[in-house]
Design a binder for this molecule. Structure first.
Ligand code: NAD
Ligand code: UDP
Length: 337
């Protein structure tokens, strides 16, 4: 059985779908601070399979002890965490508490229960402003420019030292590039609370009239059209990468890091154009100042995951846009609809 923390969230719900389709038994622990249980229900009806859902917090040690003692858990997929970069700059302590303390409590409970396999949702943010492109896993990490990014680096380092102290652990840190898209059914997708921070959810909300126009943060970067370039990865490809990582660590111990990206970079204006093509909607935009802390370009070298995990992305930019449009147009208010 797999413990999936944060399984009601955007990526977690797509992970749940892949896990149930692969016939895994899953128990979700989520405090619903940024998600809806509706996502879990929809995955159950999509897959026609059932999981155990527990509403609770990863910082609740007693609850974790109970979960580990009542269920025969082999490994943990750890998605639970707060993820808004701007909010983390305003409330750094809340981010340290939730993401770092939360992960620490989880690791302590795992150790006590002798469950020593964990796959962690890390981020390309740990590379900071990259020294080289594409980014390989041996590029140095650097001090992230915001507290959210720092929590990812801190948890990675904590787990690395844990493996050094006790070689029985198997830890996989998956460094995501920019997850986008939705399940092809249109039943689950990203449902940000308030004003979206990320590019594609913002574009999607413009397309259904929830926002007037997109602000493009700067067009004077050293990129092909001056706007920021990122490596957007379909959330279903991303989830499948976790299945491979889980398989890989099943019979190994140690600390492993993989980039999960496509290796392709698209600019903000490329994304606007691709979304317009998929949706038939015009996305009005205006160019504004650069956003503080942003970098010009960031994309992965995904070779290590291809060679070691046998994983490559299957979905292209049009799939990402079509699936986002299907989700957003069928659920203009997200799960609140
Ligand atoms: P999300 O907010 O949709 O999902 C996170 C889930 O964790 C939510 O359901 C939330 O309710 C839950 N949660 C938060 N704190 C919790 C706690 N203390 N106890 C129990 N549950 C808690 O975010 P997502 O986009 O699905 O991201 C999943 C993971 O991937 C996060 O760790 C995030 O930092 C990481 N990540 C996301 C991105 C991205 O762009 N979406 C990029 C890199 C890494
Ligand atoms: N971006 C933008 N307008 C927005 C949101 C994002 O121009 O409303 C740009 C941002 O400057 C970056 C790219 O889109 O170049 C991706 O931003 P996002 O926040 O989605 O991801 P991250 O910056 O964390 O990689």
């Amino acid at each position: 059985m797999i413990l999936l923390t944060g399984g009601a969230g955007y990526i977690g719900s797509h992970m749940l779908c892949e896990l149930l389709e692969a016939n895994h038994d899953v128990i979700i622990l989520d405090n619903l601070s940024n998600s809806s249980v509706e996502a879990v229900k929809r995955v159950e009806s999509l897959t026609n399979k059932h999981c155990t859902f527990i509403e609770g917090d990863i910082r609740d040690r007693q609850l974790l002890d109970d979960i580990f003692s009542q269920h025969s858990i082999d490994s943990v997929l750890h998605f639970a965490g707060l993820k808004a970069v701007g909010e983390s700059a305003e409330k750094p302590l809340m981010y340290f508490e939730n993401n770092i303390t939360g992960s620490l409590v989880l690791l302590e409970a795992m150790k006590a229960a002798n469950v020593k396999k964990i796959v962690f949702s890390s981020s390309a943010t740990v590379y900071g402003d990259p020294e080289q492109l594409p980014i390989t896993e041996d590029c140095p990490t650097s001090m992230p420019t915001n507290p959210y990014g720092y929590t990812k680096l801190a948890v990675e380092q904590m787990m690395m030292q844990l493996v050094q102290s006790d070689p029985a652990w198997s830890v996989a840190a998956l460094r995501y590039f920019n997850p986008v898209g939705a399940h092809s059914s249109g039943m689950i997708g990203e449902d940000p609370q308030g004003v979206p921070n990320n590019l594609l959810p913002y574009i999607a909300q413009v397309s259904v009239g929830r926002r007037d126009k997109l602000s493009v943060y700067g067009n004077d970067y050293d990129t092909h059209d001056g706007t920021g370039v990122r490596d957007y990865i379909h959330v279903v490809d991303l989830a499948k990468g976790h299945l491979r990582a889980l398989d890989y660590i099943a019979d190994k111990t140690g600390y492993f890091v993989w980039n999960l990206g496509t290796g392709n970079g698209f600019s903000v204006l490329d994304m606007v154009k691709a979304f317009e093509n998929a949706s038939g909607k015009k996305i009005p935009y205006q160019v504004v100042d650069r956003r503080e802390g942003d970098i010009a370009a960031c994309f992965a070298d995904p070779k290590k995951a291809a060679v070691e995990l046998g994983w490559t992305t299957q979905k292209n930019i049009d799939d990402m846009m079509e699936d986002t449009w299907r989700w957003q147009s069928q659920n203009p208010q997200g799960y609140g609809n």
